[in-house]
Design a protein around this ligand. Structure first.
Ligand SMILES: Cc1cc2nc3c(=O)[nH]c(=O)nc-3n(C[C@H](O)[C@H](O)[C@H](O)COP(=O)(O)OP(=O)(O)OC[C@H]3O[C@@H](n4cnc5c(N)ncnc54)[C@H](O)[C@@H]3O)c2cc1C
Length: 399
């Protein structure tokens, strides 16, 4: 049922009042990566405010605004969901939860899952109770993902999974994994892949964090040794997983571009930082060369934001995501790299510190943020792979 303008105006007013009353002041400041809440059976909240904000939004189904109520969502129409997004933005509300389940698996289950699978998995995602990880990459399958070798062999009403996934982000904290497995080794490589949902508590799974040069361990290796997975956890048809895998990647790329857009600079804006670092002359950034770079980066950011907004409206008008998500992923992540590098440049030698005295916490974050921005142009498919997809699937150029 479509709602009249008056209904939508009432909805907006009620929502605004609710958000004002429900969103703690600390949750109306720009998102800080380390303060994100990721949900799961072993939830970890940075602060009480993070917990309270998450719980209030989850109770109303607002973590998954457009999902039907029977799957734990709020059952909002596209117009209502847009109002929710607008009102949250107007108040500066943080997103209450980050979740691969919400961004990637949920939309795929709505499209390809059985009714039983939706009822089993979507409410846990929408209430933040189950944390999902992504089992795509393998030591021999990154950009060439279809070369994956993790085997799933049918044994009665189970698959027996054996193999090795790598770069599983937060695999050690996840409750379930959506995973690509090879079910027909004799078929052409794209035609022998299936999409399985695997409970990370299953016997035979070993998760080993990978320690990075930065000292942190957001990635894991995930090893499967004869793991028994019920056949009812197969999404789509056996050997039909490649289409679903690609669709999920489109949702992932779309999520990466929207997240970069929502949170371009942690803390101080690029403009304010440039004025502080370089001084102001005649009301503008004093250094003409760096002023030019800052203005260009800001203009490019605004153009990208407007284009993303248009694409979001097209998606909400029922067309979903498509290969164009590669354009946004490519442009958004490359732009983010440029902006983060510019922040390091603006800070001069203070931007190069990694640890120790003589730097503020914000300065110590600059190089880390710049390095993390480089990772975004790799995760979800590298920049080069996005350019290949744009050439083939968006522009229709020959091989
Ligand atoms: C922050 C982060 C989080 C991640 N999280 C996950 C996760 O949760 N789950 C998961 O499964 N994976 C995850 N990954 C892995 C990610 O999907 C892969 O790193 C990515 O697909 C690239 O694969 P690769 O690292 O094996 O690089 P390679 O495929 O070996 O590529 C190496 C270089 O060669 C280039 N290249 C390769 N093929 C081509 C080509 N045909 N044309 C032009 N250039 C080419 C690439 O662009 C790249 O520059 C994550 C990665 C990062 C950085």
């Amino acid at each position: 049922m479509t709602r009249s303008e008056a209904d939508l105006a009432r909805f907006r007013a009620e929502l605004r009042a609710w958000l004002e009353a429900s969103c703690p002041a600390a949750m109306r400041t720009p998102m800080v990566d380390s303060e994100q809440f990721w949900g799961g059976r072993r939830p970890s909240f940075f602060s009480d405010d993070v917990r309270i904000w998450f719980q209030r939004m989850a109770e109303r189904g607002f973590l998954a605004p457009t999902w039907p109520r029977e799957y734990g969502g709020a059952g909002l129409s596209d117009a209502e969901a847009q109002i929710l997004a607008q009102e949250m933005k107007a108040l500066g509300c943080r997103r209450p939860m980050s979740s691969l389940g919400l961004w990637m698996l949920g939309p795929v289950l709505l499209e390809y899952g059985t009714e039983e699978q939706r009822r089993e998995h979507l409410p846990g995602i929408a209430r933040g109770e189950i944390r999902w990880c992504q089992g795509y990459s393998e030591p021999g399958a990154g950009s060439d993902l279809a070369s994956l070798q993790t085997r799933a062999v049918r044994d009665g009403d189970h698959y027996v999974v054996t193999g090795h996934k790598v770069w599983t982000s937060h695999g050690d904290k996840a409750d379930w994994m959506f995973c690509l497995v090879r079910t027909d080794p004799a078929a052409p490589k794209h035609d022998g892949i299936s999409f399985l949902l695997i409970d990370m508590a299953s016997p035979g799974i070993r998760v080993e964090p990978i320690r990075l040069i930065s000292g942190s361990s957001p990635f894991c290796e995930t090893l499967f040794d004869g793991v028994r997975v019920p056949v009812r956890n197969l999404v789509g048809r056996e050997n039909g997983g490649w289409e679903i895998a690609k669709k999920l990647l489109q949702y992932e790329r779309s999520a990466i571009s929207h997240l970069r857009d929502a949170n371009p600079d942690e803390g101080e804006s690029l403009d304010a930082m440039a004025k502080r670092a370089l001084g102001v002359q005649g009301g503008v950034i004093a250094d003409p060369v760096l002023r030019d770079r800052v203005i260009q980066a800001n203009l490019d950011f605004l153009c990208n934001r407007l284009t993303l907004q248009r694409s979001r409206e097209v998606a909400q008008a029922g067309r979903g995501v498509d290969a164009a998500s590669s354009m946004f992923k490519y442009y958004g992540t490359e732009l983010s790299k440029r902006r983060k590098e510019l922040r390091v440049v603006l800070a001069g030698t203070q931007g190069l510190g990694w640890e120790g005295d003589g730097y503020t916490p914000a300065e110590l974050q600059l190089t880390r943020d710049w390095l993390r921005s480089r990772a975004s142009s790799i995760e979800g498919g590298t920049t080069e792979i996005q350019l290949n997809i744009i050439a083939k699937r968006v522009l229709g150029l020959p091989d």
